[in-house]
Write a protein that binds this ligand. Structure first.
Ligand code: ADP
Length: 193
């Protein structure tokens, strides 16, 4: 089974989750944020503990448990009727997050578009992350050191995911704009797919 997929891509704090949630509320789009999948795990389960260990340091969870947990979530969403793979477009945010994950998911994802949310204002990103940390009680955004590490991990490991896909699938989006303008730019592209 290969899922028709749109990838939301960009650094932590670029607004992938905000856009993903809106897109996921449109009929025939199903949003899946990998970070949310991890946060929904029981903290005392084996993978739940691995997640807390890595995310609290701003590091990526190892690829094998990540892809396994993600598959499990998609299968459960299909079984419970929230995701209809034959009709829905999957809107993925936060996965694949390195080249190895892209390779592992190569046969599972039929990527039809990638939106690269680009933020040039570092201070704005840090502020968004810190605000979210308070609102959502997120350990990974709680201190500046961890945020810095998350942004470095993005530069070092995640950015190159884009090299795994056909450049004509990649759409650059100015994520310095207001959320509504970012949404308009994304929707304008989606209408042409
Ligand atoms: P953000 O979008 O702000 O970067 P996420 O909610 O996507 O944050 O991710 C939070 C944490 O969950 C990450 O720092 C990482 O530890 C873990 N995580 C999420 N997705 C993945 C993934 N695909 N691979 C490995 N770790 C992941």
């Amino acid at each position: 089974m290969s899922y028709r997929t749109i990838l939301l891509f960009g650094a932590p704090g670029a607004g992938k989750g905000t856009q993903g949630k809106i897109l996921g509320s449109i009929p025939n789009f199903f949003h899946c944020a990998c970070g949310d999948v991890f946060r929904s795990l029981k903290a005392d389960s084996e993978v739940g503990r691995v997640f807390i260990d890595y995310s609290s340091r701003g590091e990526l969870v190892p690829d094998a448990p990540t892809v396994k947990v993600w598959h499990h979530f998609i299968e459960a969403s299909t079984k419970t009727g929230r995701f209809h793979p034959d009709q829905d477009t999957l809107v993925l945010d936060g996965i694949p997050r390195n080249r190895h994950q892209a390779e592992l998911l190569k046969d599972t994802l039929d990527v039809v578009a990638i939106f690269n949310l680009r933020c040039s204002q570092f201070d704005a990103v840090v502020e968004r992350l810190q605000r979210r940390a308070l609102k959502e009680n997120r350990l990974d955004d709680a201190n500046l050191e961890v945020i810095r590490n998350r942004l470095q991990v993005y530069e070092r490991e995640s950015k190159s995911v884009l090299d795994c896909y056909d450049p004509c699938l990649i759409h650059e989006i100015n994520a310095d704009q207001s959320p509504v303008k970012v949404l308009v730019d994304i929707l304008a592209r989606i209408m042409k797919i």
